[in-house]
Design a protein around this ligand. Structure first.
Ligand code: BG6
Length: 491
Protein backbone atom coordinates (compact mmCIF):
# COMPACT_ATOMS: atom_id res chain seq x y z
CA UNK A 1 0.00 0.00 0.00
CA UNK A 2 1.22 3.53 -0.76
CA UNK A 3 2.66 5.55 2.10
CA UNK A 4 -0.05 7.28 4.12
CA UNK A 5 0.56 10.91 4.90
CA UNK A 6 -1.07 12.36 8.01
CA UNK A 7 -3.67 15.04 7.41
CA UNK A 8 -3.79 18.35 9.28
CA UNK A 9 -5.45 18.27 12.71
CA UNK A 10 -9.22 18.69 12.48
CA UNK A 11 -12.44 18.64 14.49
CA UNK A 12 -15.32 16.61 13.09
CA UNK A 13 -18.92 16.76 14.26
CA UNK A 14 -20.99 13.77 13.18
CA UNK A 15 -24.70 14.58 13.39
CA UNK A 16 -26.87 11.46 13.46
CA UNK A 17 -24.17 9.71 15.49
CA UNK A 18 -26.39 6.94 16.82
CA UNK A 19 -27.63 6.02 13.35
CA UNK A 20 -26.60 3.09 11.22
CA UNK A 21 -24.28 5.05 8.90
CA UNK A 22 -22.34 6.68 11.72
CA UNK A 23 -21.92 3.51 13.75
CA UNK A 24 -21.30 1.13 10.88
CA UNK A 25 -19.22 3.31 8.58
CA UNK A 26 -18.14 6.72 9.86
CA UNK A 27 -16.78 6.05 13.34
CA UNK A 28 -15.04 2.86 12.14
CA UNK A 29 -13.58 4.79 9.19
CA UNK A 30 -12.10 7.41 11.51
CA UNK A 31 -10.84 4.72 13.83
CA UNK A 32 -9.08 2.89 10.99
CA UNK A 33 -7.39 6.11 9.87
CA UNK A 34 -6.33 6.65 13.47
CA UNK A 35 -4.83 3.17 13.61
CA UNK A 36 -2.87 3.88 10.43
CA UNK A 37 -1.49 7.06 11.95
CA UNK A 38 -3.22 9.42 9.54
CA UNK A 39 -5.17 11.40 12.12
CA UNK A 40 -3.09 13.72 14.29
CA UNK A 41 -3.72 13.48 18.06
CA UNK A 42 -4.96 17.10 18.29
CA UNK A 43 -8.05 16.08 16.30
CA UNK A 44 -11.43 15.69 18.00
CA UNK A 45 -14.41 13.61 17.06
CA UNK A 46 -17.70 14.93 18.33
CA UNK A 47 -20.60 12.54 17.95
CA UNK A 48 -23.94 14.32 18.18
CA UNK A 49 -27.53 13.17 18.09
CA UNK A 50 -30.83 13.84 19.82
CA UNK A 51 -30.51 10.72 21.96
CA UNK A 52 -29.76 11.31 25.59
CA UNK A 53 -26.65 9.26 26.22
CA UNK A 54 -23.54 9.94 28.20
CA UNK A 55 -20.10 9.77 26.60
CA UNK A 56 -19.25 6.38 28.06
CA UNK A 57 -22.48 4.84 26.82
CA UNK A 58 -21.80 6.16 23.32
CA UNK A 59 -18.21 4.96 23.32
CA UNK A 60 -19.41 1.55 24.42
CA UNK A 61 -21.99 1.48 21.64
CA UNK A 62 -19.35 2.46 19.09
CA UNK A 63 -16.92 -0.09 20.50
CA UNK A 64 -19.36 -2.95 19.92
CA UNK A 65 -19.21 -2.19 16.18
CA UNK A 66 -15.47 -1.69 16.08
CA UNK A 67 -14.46 -4.63 18.21
CA UNK A 68 -16.91 -6.96 16.50
CA UNK A 69 -14.47 -7.10 13.54
CA UNK A 70 -11.40 -7.66 15.67
CA UNK A 71 -11.21 -7.80 19.46
CA UNK A 72 -7.47 -8.45 19.75
CA UNK A 73 -5.54 -6.80 22.59
CA UNK A 74 -3.75 -4.54 20.15
CA UNK A 75 -7.06 -3.38 18.69
CA UNK A 76 -8.51 -2.71 22.14
CA UNK A 77 -5.46 -0.65 23.03
CA UNK A 78 -5.85 1.44 19.86
CA UNK A 79 -9.53 1.87 20.59
CA UNK A 80 -8.74 3.17 24.09
CA UNK A 81 -6.48 5.83 22.57
CA UNK A 82 -9.04 6.76 19.92
CA UNK A 83 -11.94 6.83 22.39
CA UNK A 84 -10.17 9.58 24.34
CA UNK A 85 -10.78 11.83 21.36
CA UNK A 86 -14.41 10.78 20.96
CA UNK A 87 -16.94 13.02 22.69
CA UNK A 88 -20.70 12.53 22.65
CA UNK A 89 -23.17 15.41 22.88
CA UNK A 90 -26.93 15.40 22.83
CA UNK A 91 -27.88 18.08 20.30
CA UNK A 92 -31.14 18.84 18.56
CA UNK A 93 -29.56 19.45 15.17
CA UNK A 94 -32.43 21.49 13.76
CA UNK A 95 -33.16 23.62 16.78
CA UNK A 96 -31.45 25.66 19.43
CA UNK A 97 -31.03 24.63 23.02
CA UNK A 98 -28.23 23.75 25.38
CA UNK A 99 -26.66 21.14 23.12
CA UNK A 100 -25.43 23.81 20.73
CA UNK A 101 -23.67 25.67 23.51
CA UNK A 102 -21.92 22.49 24.52
CA UNK A 103 -21.05 21.80 20.92
CA UNK A 104 -19.62 25.25 20.50
CA UNK A 105 -17.53 24.81 23.65
CA UNK A 106 -16.27 21.40 22.50
CA UNK A 107 -14.91 22.78 19.23
CA UNK A 108 -11.44 24.21 19.03
CA UNK A 109 -11.84 28.01 19.14
CA UNK A 110 -8.96 28.39 16.68
CA UNK A 111 -10.59 29.98 13.62
CA UNK A 112 -8.05 28.34 11.33
CA UNK A 113 -8.54 24.79 12.46
CA UNK A 114 -10.25 22.52 9.94
CA UNK A 115 -13.76 21.86 11.11
CA UNK A 116 -16.02 19.28 9.49
CA UNK A 117 -19.75 18.78 9.94
CA UNK A 118 -21.01 15.42 8.70
CA UNK A 119 -24.79 15.26 8.25
CA UNK A 120 -25.67 11.58 8.60
CA UNK A 121 -29.30 12.72 8.70
CA UNK A 122 -32.33 12.73 6.40
CA UNK A 123 -31.76 15.18 3.52
CA UNK A 124 -35.05 16.94 4.27
CA UNK A 125 -33.40 18.59 7.31
CA UNK A 126 -30.03 19.48 5.76
CA UNK A 127 -31.16 23.08 5.26
CA UNK A 128 -32.34 23.48 8.85
CA UNK A 129 -29.15 22.00 10.28
CA UNK A 130 -26.98 24.30 8.17
CA UNK A 131 -29.08 27.26 9.26
CA UNK A 132 -28.50 26.24 12.89
CA UNK A 133 -24.75 25.91 12.31
CA UNK A 134 -24.80 29.42 10.87
CA UNK A 135 -27.00 30.83 13.65
CA UNK A 136 -24.61 29.52 16.26
CA UNK A 137 -21.66 30.99 14.42
CA UNK A 138 -19.92 27.64 13.95
CA UNK A 139 -19.24 28.00 10.23
CA UNK A 140 -15.72 29.21 10.79
CA UNK A 141 -13.24 30.04 8.03
CA UNK A 142 -12.15 26.44 7.49
CA UNK A 143 -15.49 24.78 8.17
CA UNK A 144 -16.70 22.19 5.65
CA UNK A 145 -20.01 20.43 5.40
CA UNK A 146 -20.38 16.82 4.29
CA UNK A 147 -23.74 15.75 2.89
CA UNK A 148 -24.74 12.15 2.46
CA UNK A 149 -26.68 11.13 -0.62
CA UNK A 150 -29.47 11.31 -1.65
CA UNK A 151 -29.51 15.08 -1.98
CA UNK A 152 -33.29 15.39 -2.23
CA UNK A 153 -35.77 13.11 -3.92
CA UNK A 154 -36.08 15.01 -7.19
CA UNK A 155 -34.67 18.06 -8.96
CA UNK A 156 -36.73 20.62 -7.03
CA UNK A 157 -35.98 19.25 -3.59
CA UNK A 158 -32.29 18.93 -4.52
CA UNK A 159 -32.19 22.54 -5.67
CA UNK A 160 -33.89 23.71 -2.49
CA UNK A 161 -31.40 21.81 -0.33
CA UNK A 162 -28.50 23.18 -2.35
CA UNK A 163 -29.85 26.72 -1.97
CA UNK A 164 -30.31 26.34 1.78
CA UNK A 165 -26.89 24.81 2.35
CA UNK A 166 -25.39 27.43 0.04
CA UNK A 167 -26.67 30.21 2.28
CA UNK A 168 -24.31 29.07 5.02
CA UNK A 169 -21.43 27.36 3.19
CA UNK A 170 -19.72 28.39 -0.05
CA UNK A 171 -19.76 25.72 -2.78
CA UNK A 172 -16.07 24.91 -2.26
CA UNK A 173 -16.80 23.98 1.37
CA UNK A 174 -19.65 21.59 0.45
CA UNK A 175 -18.66 17.94 0.11
CA UNK A 176 -21.52 15.89 -1.36
CA UNK A 177 -20.68 12.26 -0.84
CA UNK A 178 -21.27 9.52 -3.32
CA UNK A 179 -19.34 6.77 -1.65
CA UNK A 180 -18.77 5.02 -5.00
CA UNK A 181 -16.35 7.81 -5.85
CA UNK A 182 -14.28 6.78 -2.85
CA UNK A 183 -13.88 3.20 -4.00
CA UNK A 184 -10.36 2.37 -5.09
CA UNK A 185 -11.48 0.72 -8.31
CA UNK A 186 -13.77 3.60 -9.24
CA UNK A 187 -10.92 6.05 -8.89
CA UNK A 188 -8.81 3.73 -10.95
CA UNK A 189 -11.19 4.24 -13.88
CA UNK A 190 -9.71 7.66 -14.56
CA UNK A 191 -6.18 6.32 -14.32
CA UNK A 192 -6.94 3.34 -16.52
CA UNK A 193 -8.41 5.62 -19.17
CA UNK A 194 -6.14 8.62 -18.98
CA UNK A 195 -2.78 7.33 -17.76
CA UNK A 196 -2.61 4.66 -20.47
CA UNK A 197 -2.48 5.38 -24.17
CA UNK A 198 -3.85 1.98 -25.06
CA UNK A 199 -7.58 2.48 -24.68
CA UNK A 200 -8.35 6.09 -25.46
CA UNK A 201 -7.93 6.03 -29.27
CA UNK A 202 -10.67 3.40 -29.52
CA UNK A 203 -12.77 4.59 -26.56
CA UNK A 204 -15.60 5.84 -28.75
CA UNK A 205 -18.37 4.77 -31.11
CA UNK A 206 -15.84 3.56 -33.68
CA UNK A 207 -14.22 1.11 -31.27
CA UNK A 208 -16.90 0.25 -28.74
CA UNK A 209 -20.06 -1.73 -29.39
CA UNK A 210 -21.72 -1.13 -26.04
CA UNK A 211 -21.11 -0.74 -22.31
CA UNK A 212 -22.73 -2.71 -19.48
CA UNK A 213 -22.74 -1.49 -15.90
CA UNK A 214 -24.09 -3.79 -13.22
CA UNK A 215 -24.34 -3.05 -9.51
CA UNK A 216 -25.93 -6.18 -8.07
CA UNK A 217 -26.57 -6.76 -4.38
CA UNK A 218 -27.55 -9.99 -2.69
CA UNK A 219 -28.97 -8.20 0.36
CA UNK A 220 -32.57 -7.00 0.50
CA UNK A 221 -33.95 -3.74 1.81
CA UNK A 222 -33.33 -4.99 5.36
CA UNK A 223 -33.32 -2.50 8.19
CA UNK A 224 -33.46 0.47 5.87
CA UNK A 225 -36.82 -0.66 4.49
CA UNK A 226 -38.75 2.43 5.55
CA UNK A 227 -36.31 4.72 3.70
CA UNK A 228 -35.96 2.34 0.78
CA UNK A 229 -39.68 1.92 0.28
CA UNK A 230 -39.99 5.67 -0.32
CA UNK A 231 -36.99 5.72 -2.58
CA UNK A 232 -36.62 2.62 -4.76
CA UNK A 233 -33.67 1.53 -6.85
CA UNK A 234 -33.84 4.39 -9.36
CA UNK A 235 -33.42 7.11 -6.75
CA UNK A 236 -31.29 5.09 -4.34
CA UNK A 237 -28.71 3.77 -6.81
CA UNK A 238 -29.12 5.00 -10.39
CA UNK A 239 -29.39 8.75 -9.71
CA UNK A 240 -26.05 8.73 -7.95
CA UNK A 241 -23.80 5.67 -8.07
CA UNK A 242 -24.64 4.35 -11.53
CA UNK A 243 -24.73 7.76 -13.20
CA UNK A 244 -21.39 8.62 -11.62
CA UNK A 245 -19.95 5.43 -13.12
CA UNK A 246 -21.43 6.36 -16.50
CA UNK A 247 -19.74 9.75 -16.21
CA UNK A 248 -16.34 8.28 -15.46
CA UNK A 249 -16.58 5.84 -18.37
CA UNK A 250 -17.93 8.37 -20.84
CA UNK A 251 -16.32 11.71 -19.97
CA UNK A 252 -13.73 13.48 -22.07
CA UNK A 253 -10.20 13.73 -20.68
CA UNK A 254 -10.01 16.63 -18.21
CA UNK A 255 -6.87 18.73 -18.55
CA UNK A 256 -5.90 17.74 -15.01
CA UNK A 257 -7.39 15.96 -12.02
CA UNK A 258 -8.31 19.32 -10.55
CA UNK A 259 -11.79 19.07 -8.98
CA UNK A 260 -13.54 21.47 -11.32
CA UNK A 261 -11.84 20.11 -14.42
CA UNK A 262 -13.11 16.61 -13.59
CA UNK A 263 -16.54 17.72 -12.48
CA UNK A 264 -17.10 19.91 -15.52
CA UNK A 265 -16.42 16.94 -17.81
CA UNK A 266 -18.77 14.72 -15.80
CA UNK A 267 -21.47 17.36 -15.99
CA UNK A 268 -21.23 17.38 -19.80
CA UNK A 269 -22.00 13.66 -19.85
CA UNK A 270 -25.03 14.09 -17.61
CA UNK A 271 -26.31 16.85 -19.84
CA UNK A 272 -25.83 14.71 -22.95
CA UNK A 273 -27.91 11.81 -21.64
CA UNK A 274 -30.81 11.29 -24.01
CA UNK A 275 -34.08 12.13 -22.26
CA UNK A 276 -36.31 9.18 -21.47
CA UNK A 277 -39.89 10.03 -22.41
CA UNK A 278 -43.30 8.51 -21.83
CA UNK A 279 -42.93 7.00 -25.33
CA UNK A 280 -39.50 5.47 -24.75
CA UNK A 281 -39.66 4.47 -21.08
CA UNK A 282 -41.50 1.20 -21.72
CA UNK A 283 -38.84 0.18 -24.25
CA UNK A 284 -35.78 1.43 -22.41
CA UNK A 285 -36.41 0.98 -18.70
CA UNK A 286 -37.40 -2.18 -16.80
CA UNK A 287 -38.68 -2.02 -13.22
CA UNK A 288 -38.65 -5.08 -11.02
CA UNK A 289 -39.38 -6.18 -7.48
CA UNK A 290 -38.13 -9.32 -5.82
CA UNK A 291 -40.43 -12.11 -4.81
CA UNK A 292 -39.57 -14.95 -2.43
CA UNK A 293 -36.65 -17.11 -3.51
CA UNK A 294 -33.22 -18.18 -2.31
CA UNK A 295 -30.06 -16.11 -2.23
CA UNK A 296 -26.68 -17.78 -1.95
CA UNK A 297 -28.34 -20.97 -0.71
CA UNK A 298 -30.52 -19.30 1.94
CA UNK A 299 -34.29 -18.84 1.62
CA UNK A 300 -35.23 -15.19 1.15
CA UNK A 301 -38.65 -13.62 1.55
CA UNK A 302 -40.21 -11.37 -1.04
CA UNK A 303 -40.01 -7.59 -0.78
CA UNK A 304 -43.66 -7.13 0.27
CA UNK A 305 -43.20 -9.56 3.17
CA UNK A 306 -39.95 -7.90 4.14
CA UNK A 307 -41.47 -4.41 4.33
CA UNK A 308 -44.74 -5.74 5.75
CA UNK A 309 -47.15 -4.46 3.08
CA UNK A 310 -47.86 -4.51 -0.64
CA UNK A 311 -45.63 -1.98 -2.33
CA UNK A 312 -45.09 -0.50 -5.76
CA UNK A 313 -41.43 0.32 -5.07
CA UNK A 314 -38.89 -1.06 -7.53
CA UNK A 315 -35.99 -3.03 -6.11
CA UNK A 316 -34.48 -3.52 -9.55
CA UNK A 317 -33.94 -1.28 -12.55
CA UNK A 318 -32.38 -2.09 -15.89
CA UNK A 319 -32.15 0.47 -18.63
CA UNK A 320 -30.66 1.37 -21.95
CA UNK A 321 -29.20 4.83 -21.91
CA UNK A 322 -27.71 6.88 -24.74
CA UNK A 323 -25.23 9.70 -24.60
CA UNK A 324 -25.96 12.06 -27.42
CA UNK A 325 -22.57 13.36 -28.44
CA UNK A 326 -19.97 12.58 -31.12
CA UNK A 327 -17.97 10.17 -29.03
CA UNK A 328 -20.89 7.96 -28.05
CA UNK A 329 -23.39 8.27 -30.90
CA UNK A 330 -25.15 4.93 -31.30
CA UNK A 331 -23.38 3.20 -28.37
CA UNK A 332 -25.89 1.90 -25.82
CA UNK A 333 -25.03 1.99 -22.12
CA UNK A 334 -26.96 -0.79 -20.42
CA UNK A 335 -27.32 -0.12 -16.70
CA UNK A 336 -28.67 -2.49 -14.12
CA UNK A 337 -28.95 -2.55 -10.35
CA UNK A 338 -31.02 -4.49 -7.90
CA UNK A 339 -31.36 -5.95 -4.46
CA UNK A 340 -31.64 -9.66 -3.76
CA UNK A 341 -29.88 -10.59 -6.96
CA UNK A 342 -27.83 -13.74 -7.34
CA UNK A 343 -24.69 -12.28 -5.82
CA UNK A 344 -22.97 -9.05 -4.83
CA UNK A 345 -21.15 -7.82 -7.87
CA UNK A 346 -20.34 -4.40 -9.33
CA UNK A 347 -18.71 -4.28 -12.69
CA UNK A 348 -18.30 -2.30 -15.85
CA UNK A 349 -17.94 -4.17 -19.09
CA UNK A 350 -16.79 -2.44 -22.22
CA UNK A 351 -17.49 -4.52 -25.29
CA UNK A 352 -15.31 -3.55 -28.22
CA UNK A 353 -16.28 -3.97 -31.86
CA UNK A 354 -15.33 -7.14 -33.76
CA UNK A 355 -12.27 -7.12 -36.02
CA UNK A 356 -13.25 -5.77 -39.45
CA UNK A 357 -12.11 -8.90 -41.29
CA UNK A 358 -11.54 -12.43 -40.04
CA UNK A 359 -8.15 -13.54 -41.40
CA UNK A 360 -8.19 -16.85 -39.59
CA UNK A 361 -11.25 -18.30 -41.20
CA UNK A 362 -14.37 -19.85 -39.83
CA UNK A 363 -12.89 -23.35 -39.38
CA UNK A 364 -11.04 -22.08 -36.32
CA UNK A 365 -14.03 -20.30 -34.85
CA UNK A 366 -14.75 -16.63 -35.36
CA UNK A 367 -12.68 -14.30 -33.15
CA UNK A 368 -14.62 -12.86 -30.21
CA UNK A 369 -14.52 -9.10 -29.92
CA UNK A 370 -12.25 -7.80 -27.13
CA UNK A 371 -13.89 -7.03 -23.86
CA UNK A 372 -12.63 -5.00 -20.91
CA UNK A 373 -14.08 -6.09 -17.58
CA UNK A 374 -13.55 -3.69 -14.71
CA UNK A 375 -14.57 -5.41 -11.50
CA UNK A 376 -15.34 -2.82 -8.85
CA UNK A 377 -16.25 -5.28 -6.10
CA UNK A 378 -15.72 -7.89 -4.79
CA UNK A 379 -12.49 -9.43 -6.23
CA UNK A 380 -11.40 -6.03 -7.54
CA UNK A 381 -9.55 -6.19 -10.79
CA UNK A 382 -9.33 -5.52 -14.48
CA UNK A 383 -9.50 -8.16 -17.19
CA UNK A 384 -8.91 -7.60 -20.84
CA UNK A 385 -10.30 -10.45 -22.90
CA UNK A 386 -8.14 -11.24 -25.93
CA UNK A 387 -8.03 -13.80 -28.70
CA UNK A 388 -4.97 -16.05 -28.64
CA UNK A 389 -3.86 -19.17 -30.39
CA UNK A 390 -4.64 -22.31 -28.50
CA UNK A 391 -1.14 -23.77 -27.95
CA UNK A 392 -0.16 -27.06 -29.53
CA UNK A 393 -0.02 -28.79 -32.88
CA UNK A 394 -2.99 -30.15 -34.78
CA UNK A 395 -4.40 -27.13 -36.52
CA UNK A 396 -5.07 -23.55 -35.68
CA UNK A 397 -7.62 -23.04 -32.95
CA UNK A 398 -8.41 -19.81 -31.18
CA UNK A 399 -8.99 -19.23 -27.53
CA UNK A 400 -10.55 -16.25 -25.73
CA UNK A 401 -8.44 -15.61 -22.61
CA UNK A 402 -8.05 -12.84 -20.04
CA UNK A 403 -5.08 -10.61 -19.34
CA UNK A 404 -5.83 -10.43 -15.68
CA UNK A 405 -4.95 -7.76 -13.15
CA UNK A 406 -6.16 -8.99 -9.79
CA UNK A 407 -5.90 -6.41 -7.01
CA UNK A 408 -5.58 -9.13 -4.38
CA UNK A 409 -2.53 -10.55 -6.15
CA UNK A 410 -0.83 -7.30 -7.11
CA UNK A 411 -1.51 -4.95 -4.24
CA UNK A 412 -0.75 -6.54 -0.92
CA UNK A 413 -1.97 -5.19 2.37
CA UNK A 414 -5.40 -3.99 1.23
CA UNK A 415 -6.48 -0.37 1.09
CA UNK A 416 -8.79 1.96 3.00
CA UNK A 417 -12.49 1.68 2.41
CA UNK A 418 -14.44 4.38 0.55
CA UNK A 419 -15.52 6.35 3.63
CA UNK A 420 -12.00 6.38 5.03
CA UNK A 421 -10.63 7.81 1.81
CA UNK A 422 -13.45 10.33 1.43
CA UNK A 423 -13.17 11.64 4.98
CA UNK A 424 -9.46 12.20 4.56
CA UNK A 425 -10.14 13.90 1.21
CA UNK A 426 -12.48 16.34 2.96
CA UNK A 427 -9.81 17.18 5.52
CA UNK A 428 -7.41 17.83 2.64
CA UNK A 429 -10.04 19.95 0.92
CA UNK A 430 -9.92 17.77 -2.22
CA UNK A 431 -13.29 18.24 -3.90
CA UNK A 432 -12.63 16.08 -6.93
CA UNK A 433 -14.17 13.00 -5.29
CA UNK A 434 -17.39 14.83 -4.43
CA UNK A 435 -20.35 15.92 -6.51
CA UNK A 436 -20.73 19.53 -7.45
CA UNK A 437 -24.14 21.13 -7.13
CA UNK A 438 -24.78 21.23 -10.89
CA UNK A 439 -23.92 17.53 -11.27
CA UNK A 440 -26.47 16.52 -8.65
CA UNK A 441 -29.13 18.71 -10.19
CA UNK A 442 -28.41 17.50 -13.75
CA UNK A 443 -28.68 13.87 -12.73
CA UNK A 444 -31.97 14.53 -10.95
CA UNK A 445 -33.32 16.27 -14.06
CA UNK A 446 -32.64 13.13 -16.07
CA UNK A 447 -34.06 10.81 -13.41
CA UNK A 448 -37.15 12.99 -12.92
CA UNK A 449 -38.19 12.38 -16.52
CA UNK A 450 -38.20 8.65 -15.89
CA UNK A 451 -40.22 9.11 -12.72
CA UNK A 452 -42.67 11.36 -14.54
CA UNK A 453 -43.06 8.80 -17.30
CA UNK A 454 -43.70 6.14 -14.66
CA UNK A 455 -46.22 8.42 -12.97
CA UNK A 456 -48.03 8.75 -16.28
CA UNK A 457 -48.80 5.06 -16.05
CA UNK A 458 -45.77 3.51 -17.79
CA UNK A 459 -44.44 1.81 -14.72
CA UNK A 460 -45.18 -1.87 -15.01
CA UNK A 461 -43.45 -3.67 -12.16
CA UNK A 462 -42.10 -7.11 -13.04
CA UNK A 463 -41.51 -9.69 -10.34
CA UNK A 464 -38.24 -11.59 -10.12
CA UNK A 465 -37.31 -14.39 -7.84
CA UNK A 466 -34.87 -13.42 -5.10
CA UNK A 467 -31.48 -14.87 -6.02
CA UNK A 468 -31.79 -14.30 -9.78
CA UNK A 469 -30.49 -11.57 -12.06
CA UNK A 470 -33.77 -9.69 -12.27
CA UNK A 471 -36.88 -10.09 -14.42
CA UNK A 472 -36.56 -11.66 -17.86
CA UNK A 473 -37.63 -8.32 -19.35
CA UNK A 474 -34.16 -7.09 -18.40
CA UNK A 475 -32.69 -9.76 -20.69
CA UNK A 476 -35.05 -8.72 -23.50
CA UNK A 477 -33.67 -5.20 -23.26
CA UNK A 478 -30.43 -6.56 -24.72
CA UNK A 479 -31.73 -9.60 -26.58
CA UNK A 480 -33.78 -7.50 -28.94
CA UNK A 481 -30.51 -5.94 -30.07
CA UNK A 482 -28.78 -9.32 -30.28
CA UNK A 483 -26.85 -8.74 -27.09
CA UNK A 484 -26.85 -10.29 -23.64
CA UNK A 485 -25.72 -9.49 -20.11
CA UNK A 486 -22.34 -11.11 -19.64
CA UNK A 487 -23.22 -12.68 -16.29
CA UNK A 488 -22.03 -16.15 -17.07
CA UNK A 489 -18.65 -14.84 -18.22
CA UNK A 490 -17.78 -12.78 -15.20
CA UNK A 491 -19.28 -14.79 -12.40
C1 BG6 B 1 -26.08 2.97 -0.82
C2 BG6 B 1 -27.50 2.58 -1.02
O1 BG6 B 1 -25.83 4.24 -1.31
O2 BG6 B 1 -25.24 2.03 -1.49
C3 BG6 B 1 -27.77 1.19 -0.52
O3 BG6 B 1 -28.33 3.50 -0.35
C4 BG6 B 1 -26.79 0.21 -1.14
O4 BG6 B 1 -29.10 0.78 -0.77
C5 BG6 B 1 -25.37 0.70 -1.01
O5 BG6 B 1 -26.94 -1.04 -0.48
C6 BG6 B 1 -24.41 -0.17 -1.81
O6 BG6 B 1 -23.09 0.20 -1.51
P1 BG6 B 1 -21.88 -0.83 -1.65
O7 BG6 B 1 -20.69 -0.02 -1.33
O8 BG6 B 1 -22.15 -1.94 -0.69
O9 BG6 B 1 -21.92 -1.31 -3.07
Amino acid sequence: MAELLPVEPFDIVVFGATGDLALRKLVPALFHRWCDGQIPPESRIIAASRDTLDGDAYRELAATHILAEDASENRKARWTEFAQRLVYLSVDATGDGEGWKELSAALDPDENKIRLFYLALPPSIYGQVCAAIGRHGLNSKNARIILEKPIGKDFHSARLINDQVGEVFPENSIFRIDHYLGKETVQNLLILRFANFLFEPMWNAAGIDHVQITVAESLGAGQRASYYDRSGALRDMVQNHLLQLVCLVAMEAPNSLDADAVRTEKLKVLKALRPVTADSVGQDVVRGQYRAGAVEGEPAEGYADEVGHESDTETFVAMRAHIDNWRWAGVPFYLRTGKRMSDRRSEIIVQFKPVPHDVVGSASGAPHPNRLIIRLQPDEGVKLMLMTKDPGPGGLRLRYVPLNLSYAEHFEGGYPDAYERLLMAVVRGNLSLFMRRDEVEASWRWIDQIIQAWDQGHSKLYGYQAGTDGPTQSDFLLAREDREWFDAVTR
